[in-house]
Design a protein around this ligand. Structure first.
Ligand code: IPM
Ligand code: MG
Length: 364
C-alpha cells in the first residue's frame, strides 16, 4: 500500500467545485486499489489575495514542495481584474510554476468520437486528432529580466525579455522526443526563427538533440504558420514543443479543436526522479469560469482527467490513471453531458451527478 501527500489548491470561480470532485476521484481510486491519499487544503489566487494580500503565501509554496503532487483548480475573476493592481491572482500560478521548477506543461488534446459535433470545425477534420503539446513553463518572456515599465524622457515605455539558455531548451526537446517515441514518432517544434534570436537558439538546440532520437521524425514550424495548420490539418501532429509564450497561445487554439474545453486536462512537471515520477501540478485548462461559478453545473471531467495525469506522472500509477480515463470515456460514450458539451435538447447533468457516474465506474 502506497501513501501520497496531495496539496489541494482550489483557487477561484469553479475551481473549488471541480477540485472537490478531483479529491473524491482520488479517494475512490485509493479505496479500489488500496492506496492512501493524504490531502492538505489551502487557498491561492484571488481567494488568497482577499485573505492574505498575496496570491501565494510562502508557507503554501513550502507545503507544495513537501507534497507529492498539487491539485490545482483555477485562479482569477472580475473582482481582481484591475490591470493596474500590483497583486494579481495569476501571480500565484506563476510563482508555483517557478517555485516548484515545473518547466514542462503537458496538454493532451484528443478528439472524443462522441463529441465531434461539439467543435466548430468539420467532424472529418478533427476525427482522430491526438496531440500532446509540451509548453516550456518556467522561462522565456514570462520570467526574463528586465520586465518593467518606466518613464523615459516623459514617455511611458515597457519591456519584456524573451530569455532562453540552451539547457532550458534541451530538456524540453528531450522530453518531446521521448514522448513522441512512445506515440506516433513525430515531433513538431515551434518557433519564430525567421525573426527572433531566442527562436534561432531554440531551433539550433532542438536540432542538436535530434540525432539521439533517430526513430523520431522532427519538423520545425514557424508558429504563425502553425496556427493555420492546426485548424486545417490537425491530424498531422503528434507531439508539439513550444516556448512559454508560443505554447500559451497555441494550447488555447488546440483546446478549441475538440470544442470541449471542459474535457481538457494538463500536467506541469519538472525534472523527474530515476523511476520517472516526481512532483507535479495538475489542473484543468478551462480556467475559473466566473459566469457559472457556484451553480454546480461546471463540467468536472477535465479535473477528473487531471487526476489521472497526477496518478500517472507523480504517483507512477498507470493502471489507476487508465481506470479514470476509461471511466470518463464510458460516461461520454453513454451519452451523459454537462451543459458545455450538450447539444440543444440534450439532458444536462450537474457537476456532482456527472462525477458520480464516473466514480461509480471506478468502483472503490
Ligand atoms: C495558462 C494561462 C496562464 C498563462 C495565465 C492564467 C497566467 O493562460 O495556463 O495557459 O498565461 O500561463
Ligand atoms: Mg493560457
Amino acid at each position: 500500500m502506497a501513501t501520497f501527500n496531495i496539496l489541494v489548491l482550489p483557487g477561484d470561480g469553479i475551481g473549488p467545485e471541480v477540485c472537490a470532485e478531483g479529491v473524491r476521484a482520488l479517494e475512490a481510486v485509493g479505496k479500489r486499489f488500496e492506496h492512501v491519499f493524504n490531502f492538505t487544503h489551502d487557498i491561492v489566487g484571488g481567494a488568497s489575495i482577499d485573505a492574505h494580500g498575496t496570491a501565494l503565501r510562502e508557507e503554501t509554496l513550502a507545503q507544495a514542495k513537501a507534497s507529492d503532487a498539487v491539485l490545482f483548480g483555477a485562479v482569477g475573476g472580475p473582482k481582481w481584474d484591475n490591470p493596474t493592481a500590483t497583486v494579481r491572482p495569476e501571480q500565484g500560478l506563476l510563482a508555483l510554476r517557478s517555485g516548484l521548477q515545473l518547466w514542462a506543461n503537458l496538454r493532451p488534446v484528443k478528439a472524443e468520437p462522441a463529441l465531434l459535433h461539439a467543435s466548430s470545425l468539420k467532424p472529418e477534420v478533427i476525427e482522430g486528432v491526438d496531440i500532446v503539446v509540451i509548453r516550456e513553463l518556467t522561462s522565456g518572456i514570462y520570467f526574463g529580466k528586465p520586465q518593467e515599465r518606466r518613464v523615459v524622457n516623459g514617455k511611458r515605455e515597457a519591456i519584456d525579455t524573451n530569455y532562453y539558455n540552451e539547457d532550458e531548451i534541451a530538456r524540453v526537446a528531450h522530453l518531446g522526443f521521448q514522448l513522441a517515441r512512445g506515440r506516433r514518432k513525430k515531433l513538431t517544434s515551434l518557433d519564430k526563427a525567421n525573426v527572433l534570436a531566442s527562436s534561432r537558439l531554440w531551433r539550433e538546440v532542438v536540432t542538436e538533440v535530434a540525432p539521439q532520437y533517430p526513430d523520431v521524425q522532427l519538423e520545425h514550424v514557424l508558429v504563425d504558420a502553425m496556427t493555420m495548420h492546426l485548424i486545417r490539418r490537425p491530424k498531422d501532429f503528434d507531439v508539439v514543443i513550444a516556448d512559454n509564450m508560443f505554447g500559451d497561445i497555441i494550447t488555447d487554439e488546440c483546446s478549441m479543436l475538440t470544442g470541449s474545453m471542459g474535457m481538457l486536462a494538463s500536467a506541469s512537471i519538472g525534472t523527474m526522479k530515476a523511476d520517472g515520477t516526481g512532483l507535479g501540478m495538475y489542473e484543468p485548462i478551462h480556467g475559473s469560469a466566473p459566469d457559472i461559478a457556484g451553480k454546480g453545473i461546471a463540467n468536472p471531467l477535465a479535473m477528473l482527467l487531471s487526476t489521472a495525469m497526477l496518478l500517472r506522472h507523480s504517483c507512477g500509477l498507470e493502471t489507476e490513471a487508465q481506470a479514470i480515463e476509461q471511466a470518463v470515456g464510458e460516461v461520454i460514450e453513454a451519452g451523459h453531458r454537462t451543459g458545455d458539451i450538450a447539444t440543444a435538447g440534450e439532458k444536462t447533468l450537474g457537476t456532482r451527478e456527472m462525477a458520480d457516474l464516473v466514480l461509480a465506474r471506478i468502483g472503490g
